[in-house]
Design a protein around this ligand. Structure first.
Ligand SMILES: NC(=O)c1ccc[n+]([C@@H]2O[C@H](COP(=O)([O-])OP(=O)(O)OC[C@H]3O[C@@H](n4cnc5c(N)ncnc54)[C@H](OP(=O)(O)O)[C@@H]3O)[C@@H](O)[C@H]2O)c1
Length: 298
């Protein structure tokens, strides 16, 4: 039995925005508008942001679309994150890169994201990275203030270890731990993260589910070659693309991992959406696992 009801559900894939703005495709407002419309038409209403994307500019790029078409806002679920302080001309007071989960910074960040995204509420607000100086009392207070004011509906974390998650979750309910999971990054399967999500009924969301594109781009790498070989064979069997097989590997896990995909190509988003229909067998899953770790299981 799931311990708590999170009252939140995500679309089968979450659309990552990190590479849509200045850190990638650098879409114009009309390109972004088109992209958002097409995602919504496919039934994908979850968009993943962070204050820092594009050096603190991508939320505002997205916000321009919402400003032009405010009716879009209620059709989507917006996640954003705070807590990493980058040195940037857009944040001249930051002297060094650091993490900050103080009440003051959390509330400042939520207000800034609301403004940039041209909205008056966030669906999900995540602490982006564990802060060594995190005070759970203070975080819980900040979250309560934001929740009571209607500015944020749900809270979560990203890149938290299981003990960090346990600690904060005992002070304030968390709906997700967004962690890196892909065939190139398997830690969550072994370090208790997915078990913890299963135990508490929490949705694990997976960033860089295609290894940030590395599986496709580095063809000299031995791990990539092994993964591609197995994935290509499975692609033939399932009449699927390589991306779909790599995502099917995540969907097979009983914790119901939701991939946060990072492509800026709408046809790749469309293709990703079909991946949940591919049901790999246990052995096929382990073939991919074996290819990823370079040896058979013990
Ligand atoms: N919480 C965190 O700490 C954290 C960290 C990093 C990212 N994130 C979130 O996770 C999202 C996804 O991360 P990600 O972008 O690294 O994910 P990803 O989906 O693993 O990688 C996306 C990259 O792979 C490329 N790609 C996808 N399919 C391809 C194919 N068939 N052939 C060649 N290249 C392909 C994409 O290029 P094209 O655009 O050309 O398709 C893009 O550059 C981000 O947008 C962000 O929202 C969160």
């Amino acid at each position: 039995m799931n311990e708590i009801n999170q009252n939140i559900s995500f679309s089968p894939i979450i659309v990552g925005t990190m590479r849509l703005g200045k850190w990638g495709a650098n879409m114009t407002t009309s390109e972004l508008e088109n992209f958002i419309h097409q995602c919504l038409e496919m039934g994908l209403n979850d968009f993943d942001h962070a204050d820092i994307y594009g050096h603190y500019t991508t939320e505002a790029d997205f916000g321009k679309v919402l400003k032009n078409q405010s009716s879009l806002r209620d059709k989507m679920q917006l996640t954003t994150k705070c807590g990493i302080k980058l040195t940037s001309e857009n944040r001249p007071t930051h002297k060094i890169k650091s993490y900050d989960s103080s009440k003051e910074h959390i509330i400042f960040s939520a207000e800034s994201s609301l403004k940039a995204l041209e909205t008056d509420y966030l669906d999900v607000f995540l602490l982006h990275r564990p802060d060594y100086l995190l005070n759970p009392h203070e975080v819980a207070e900040a979250f309560e203030t934001l929740k009571k004011s209607g500015k944020v509906k749900h809270f979560g974390v990203s890149n938290y270890t299981t003990s960090q998650f346990d600690l904060l979750h005992s002070f304030t309910p968390l709906v997700t731990n967004q962690v890196e999971i892909s065939l190139l990054h398997l830690n969550a399967f072994d370090d208790g993260t997915l078990n913890q999500c299963l135990k508490h009924g929490i949705v694990p969301t997976a960033w860089s589910p295609l290894g940030g594109g590395a599986i496709f781009s580095d063809s000299e790498d031995a791990t990539n070659q092994r993964i591609q070989k197995v994935a290509n064979e499975l692609s033939e069997k399932y009449k699927a693309s390589l991306d779909q097989i790599l995502l099917a590997f995540l969907y097979k896990h009983p914790a119901h991992i939701i991939p946060v995909v990072g492509t800026s190509k709408i046809e790749r988003i469309e293709s990703s959406l079909q991946a949940s229909k591919i049901k790999l067998t246990h052995e096929e899953w382990y073939e991919l696992w074996e290819a990823a770790i370079g040896q058979e299981v013990a």
